[in-house]
Design a binder for this molecule. Structure first.
Ligand SMILES: Nc1nc2c(c(=O)[nH]1)N[C@H]1C(S)=C(S)[C@@H](COP(=O)(O)O)O[C@H]1N2
Ligand SMILES: [Mo]
Length: 382
């Protein structure tokens, strides 16, 4: 080593300088386990949401209980929120390792360090892109869900590698007997660190939980979505933004129901003359907010029978909205056979507001909000 390099090396802190309990194995292991759990919940519920929106042949998602998706997606967003302070705490707990020398001890050691780099990058990307998506409506188009989904596999894969590599350390750190007399070292103690991390995580979760847990509405400073929207329901995309205001209010509007037997057209008056069903169902947005509402309209089994088809068939739904990403959806047979699935004409006791999908919209139990298509103009049984 040259004179200069030696001088630089002297100024870099040494790993041994960080003696506080906060940087100890046990603190890292505790926070790491919680972070791993948060990621596992987040990955599982995210995968589920992806499968519901892009169902492969083998996939089946029940229409009951009606609140199921509300709970899984709420868990997705809240576990992601919890992971943010946990990840920061974890990184802070282990950052002295950056000063370990030599940088690379062996090939396996190099691979391990590289995998941590991938893990941190993927985790950071998932949490920040998810947070941005929750905070702003849809700053990305197709790009966000696709990339968020792809990187989730990178994150969970590298977490598995990391946990496998660290298993011996984890076991040692989580089971070791408490030393009877421990000299309090310099720096933040383990207890202080864990308490701070716990409080930060709790506050972050509480601040967002009100978006989906009604009892927490008034506690959550960050539950920007609440029951305060038009007709006591938030609006995600207005009729003006979707450029459907004129077509939706046109007296010439008709609903086309296309079945193998032919096409049946309904005017709004004809839809209102069909048997009406009233149901309480939540809208559960993929962004994590959800809100219960009372809906009234024609149940899909009734509508399909009135159109010469039968409940249980897949139905392709098209909106008047042509430029957006959510102008079409597919209702699986499981949902079209469920009498709680409505083509809704009313919301909370009033005619559906233009922004909520007038003249009619889909509302089905246990489905992502993005599939609750508004301003419907055509249903196709295939
Ligand atoms: N045609 C159409 N339908 C749509 C959307 C849209 O952008 N266009 N947004 C969806 C999303 S993401 C959600 S969460 C719900 C919200 O319904 P609301 O605006 O009536 O609360 O509508 C869904 N239906
Ligand atoms: Mo949504």
């Amino acid at each position: 080593m040259g004179e200069r390099a030696r001088a630089v090396d002297r100024r870099v802190p040494k790993a041994e300088q960080f003696k506080g309990g906060a940087h100890g194995e046990r603190a890292t292991a505790r926070v790491g386990s919680l972070l791993g759990l948060a990621f596992l919940i987040c990955f599982g519920t995210g995968l589920l949401s992806h499968l519901i929106q892009h169902p492969p042949e083998w996939f089946f998602w029940p229409s009951r209980p009606v609140w199921l998706y509300r709970v899984t997606q709420g868990a997705h967003v809240l576990s992601g929120i919890a992971a943010i302070p946990l990840l920061l705490a974890k990184l802070w707990s282990v950052y002295p390792k950056l000063f370990e020398r030599p940088l690379v001890r062996s090939v396996p050691h190099a691979v391990e360090r590289l995998s941590i780099l991938v893990l941190s990058g993927a985790a950071f990307f998932e949490l920040s892109s998810g947070l941005l998506n929750v905070a702003q409506n849809y700053p990305w188009n197709f790009y966000f869900p696709q990339v968020h989904y792809a990187v989730a596999w990178v994150a969970i894969g590298s977490i598995f590698v990391h946990v496998a590599v660290k298993l011996p350390v984890l076991r040692r750190a989580l089971t070791r007997e408490r030393k009877p007399v421990q000299q309090p070292g310099p720096g933040l103690s383990r207890r202080g660190f864990l308490t701070t991390t716990g409080i930060a995580t709790g506050v972050a979760v509480l601040a967002t939980a009100g978006a989906t847990v009604p009892a927490l509405r008034n506690v959550s400073g960050l539950s920007w979505r609440s029951d305060k929207g038009t007709q006591k329901l938030p609006v995600n995309r207005t009729a003006a933004a979707a450029q459907v205001a004129r077509a939706a209010q046109d007296p010439g509007w008709r609903l086309d129901v296309v079945t193998p037997a032919g096409t049946r057209q309904f005017t709004l008056a004809e839809l209102r003359a069909l048997p009406q069903t009233t149901v309480d169902l939540p809208i559960a947005c993929v962004e994590g907010w959800s809100q219960m509402a009372t809906w009234r309209g024609i149940s899909f089994p009734d509508l399909l029978r009135a159109s010469g088809s039968s409940p249980g068939a897949d139905v392709h739904v098209s909106s008047l909205e042509k430029n957006g990403l959510y102008g079409v959806s597919v209702l699986p047979g499981e949902h079209t056979a469920d009498p709680l699935t409505l083509l809704a004409l009313e919301l909370n006791g009033e005619v559906l507001n233009l922004d909520h999908g007038y003249p009619c919209r889909v509302i089905a139990p246990s489905r992502p909000g993005v599939l609750q298509t508004k301003w419907v103009e055509k249903l196709e049984v295939r």
